[in-house]
Design a binder for this molecule. Sequence first.
Ligand SMILES: [Zn+2]
Length: 298
Amino acid sequence: MSFIFHESCPICGNKNLKEFIRTNDYSITKKNFDLYKCSSCGFVLTQNIPNQESIGIYYKSDVYISHSDTNKGLINKIYHVARAIMLDKKAKLVEQISGIRKGKLLDIGTGLGYFPNHIKSRGWQVQGIEQDEQTRNQAIKSFNFKIESPEALYLMNNQEFDIISLWHVLEHVHDLAGYMKAIKSNLKDEGYLVVALPNSSSPDAKYYDKFWAAYDVPRHLWHWNPTTFEQFAIKNGFQLIEKKPMPMDAFYVSLLSEKYKGSNLPIVGGFIHGFITWFKSLNNSDLSSSVIYFLKKN
Ligand SMILES: [Zn+2]
């Protein structure tokens, strides 16, 4: 197993990275990982991450939720109900902000393929990219559109997508620069890159600290907030057009964080802190537990 120690900040290049929070892989291996923060731009990253070839074992779980269709347990049931509501909201939001209808969409990190399949039903042409072979094959079996491995992303050239979407995916990607370059070359000039990410400056992140479920180490390699993500976007040749909150995420993340914290009343605590973040994010997407960024090429 090989681990990567980051000597410098991938956003601003500063070499002064400082220890920030020690957290744990609560869901699968129970191993500790340290988060480091850039002293210049404030970007937070997971230090000593397993490299791309060896990170697979950190995903090996029946319960790793976005790759599973398990319906066991209350948290999973809540997740699946929320997902059904969110699919429709996401599709409508993409159409509303881009002003594009029935366009061509590439969904990177498509998982079981639910999002592209949903927007396809609204007249879109869709394709997917999925890293995990088993998940990819299951999605191909369920739905009738092209889903390829990430290698295909590097080989695509001028595919001219109207929308390229990454829903809670970029935080898992080792090769940030390579992905951003491939995305840029395959997005139409008037097209939109849509990126949803956990927000490490949200009230729930601050309250739960090392127990915050969306740190999800070592699977989450990078921990953006609206400030650091905008800097990242600019560095990669994009401009931020719009931010939207994902208010429902606060409830799920808070409930899971309560569980990691060993709370006696996870449902009560999770609801209260989910509600606080949800309420604060109503008028300020920068305070949402997760944020959707809409970007255009510069
Ligand atoms: Zn930095």
